[in-house]
Design a binder for this molecule. Structure first.
Ligand code: CUA
Length: 329
C-alpha cells in the first residue's frame, strides 16, 4: 500500500510484509483515535461552551453503554495487537532448522563475517536468495546492533554472549546494513551491504576468493594447537567430557543443575571453565581467556558441532566437516 512512499524501506525478506502489515495496523489505529479525540475535543468545546455568566450546566448521569463500549473496544484492539505482535515476534525469534549458518563478529567499527565453508568478509554479507540464513553474532568490545532495514530485522550484538537473527531474502540486490547502537566515534561509519545473489551465483562466490579452510577445519587446528585434545578425547577415562554429539544435548552439572549445551554454553566453558563443571569431572580445566579470539571461539564451536558420536558416524559416513555438511542440508 505504502511501498512507494519514501518513508518505508524496500521489502526484501519474507518477514518484511508481515512486519509492515502490523506496523500499518498500529499506525491506522493510532491515527484513527488521534483524529477522533482531536475532533471530539474541538466539537465538545464548541457545543458545551459557556453561553452566559449565569449558565449552570445540568447534571450528568453515567451511561453503562458508553462505559462498556470504551472498555471493550480498546480491550479487543489491544488484544489483536498483542497476539498479532507476538506471532510476528515468535517467527522472527525462531530460525528455521535448515537455515544457512553465518557467524558475525562486531567490533569498533566494522562487521567481520565468517561463512562455514571458510570464506570471510568485512562489512559485506553475501547470501543466496530464497534461503533462510541464521546469523550467530557476538562483539569483541561494546554493544553494537545489526540492522538490515529492507529485511526488517535488527538484533543487538553483545560482548560475552551470542545473539541470533535470521532472515530469508526474496529479491537479489544489495541492501544497507547498519549498526543501530551508538558504539563510539565512528558508529555512523559502521555500515555495509548485504548482497543477495541467485543460488548458483552464490555458490560461485563462495568457492571464489583466496583459498580458506572451512570453519570446522580451522577449529580443529586450533583445538590441537591449544592442546584441548589432550583431555577431550573420545575414549573412556578421559580427563575432560566427550565433545562429540554434545551440541544441543542436556548436560548434567556437578552443581546438580542441568543446561542445554548451546553455543553460549560452549563459549563460557572455554573462557570460564569453572562456571559449569560437568558432573563426574574435576574442575581442572584452565581458562582460555585471552588466548582465543572471538573468531577462534567461533571456529572451535563449528568444529565441536561437526563432531559426530562414534555410533552415528558408523552409518553417517565420514565424520568431521563432512558430517556437518550433511546435517546442514
Ligand atoms: Cu557499532 Cu554502532
Amino acid at each position: 500500500m505504502f511501498s512507494n512512499l519514501p518513508f518505508f524501506p524496500e521489502q526484501a525478506s519474507t518477514m518484511a510484509s508481515r512486519v509492515d502489515a502490523l506496523y500499518y495496523f498500529l499506525l491506522a489505529v493510532s491515527g484513527f483515535f488521534a483524529t477522533l479525540i482531536a475532533v471530539l475535543l474541538a466539537a465538545f468545546a464548541f457545543k458545551y461552551r459557556r453561553r452566559s455568566e449565569t449558565e449552570r450546566p445540568g447534571r450528568v448521569h453515567g451511561s453503562m453503554v458508553l462505559e462498556v463500549a470504551w472498555t471493550l473496544i480498546p480491550f479487543c484492539l489491544t488484544m489483536v495487537m498483542f497476539f498479532w505482535g507476538a506471532s510476528v515476534y515468535v517467527s522472527l525469534a525462531r530460525p528455521p532448522d535448515n537455515a544457512l549458518q553465518v557467524f558475525v563478529v562486531g567490533k569498533q567499527w566494522m562487521w567481520k563475517i565468517q561463512h562455514l565453508e571458510g570464506r570471510r568478509e568485512i562489512n559485506e554479507l553475501h547470501v543466496p536468495v530464497g534461503r533462510s540464513v541464521k546469523l550467530t553474532m557476538t562483539s569483541e568490545d561494546v554493544i553494537h546492533s545489526f540492522f538490515v532495514p529492507a529485511f526488517r530485522v535488527k538484533a543487538d550484538v553483545l560482548p560475552g554472549r551470542y545473539s541470533t537473527l535470521w532472515f530469508e531474502a526474496t529479491k537479489p540486490g544489495a541492501y544497507h546494513l547498519f549498526c543501530a547502537e551508538y558504539c563510539g566515534t565512528e558508529h555512523s561509519g559502521m555500515i555495509g551491504h548485504v548482497v543477495v545473489m541467485e543460488p548458483a551465483e552464490y555458490q560461485a562466490w563462495l568457492s571464489g576468493g583466496p583459498p580458506a579452510a572451512s570453519l570446522a577445519t580451522a577449529g580443529q587446528a586450533l583445538f590441537e594447537q591449544l592442546g584441548c585434545i589432550t583431555c577431550h578425547r573420545s575414549e573412556p577415562g578421559a580427563r575432560g567430557p566427550q565433545l562429540a554429539g554434545l551440541v544441543g544435548k542436556r548436560v548434567q552439572l556437578q552443581s546438580g543443575d542441568a543446561v542445554v549445551a548451546d553455543e553460549t554454553y560452549i563459549r563460557e566453558s572455554i573462557l570460564n571453565p569453572q562456571a559449569k563443571v560437568v558432573a563426574g569431572f574435576q574442575p581442572i580445566m584452565p581458562t582460555f581467556k585471552g588466548l582465543v579470539s572471538e573468531e577462534g571461539l567461533i571456529q572451535l564451536i563449528a568444529y565441536i558441532k561437526s563432531l559426530q558420536p562414534a555410533d552415528e558416524r558408523a552409518d553417517g559416513g565420514a565424520g568431521g566437516s563432512m558430517a556437518q555438511g550433511k546435517a546442514e542440508e
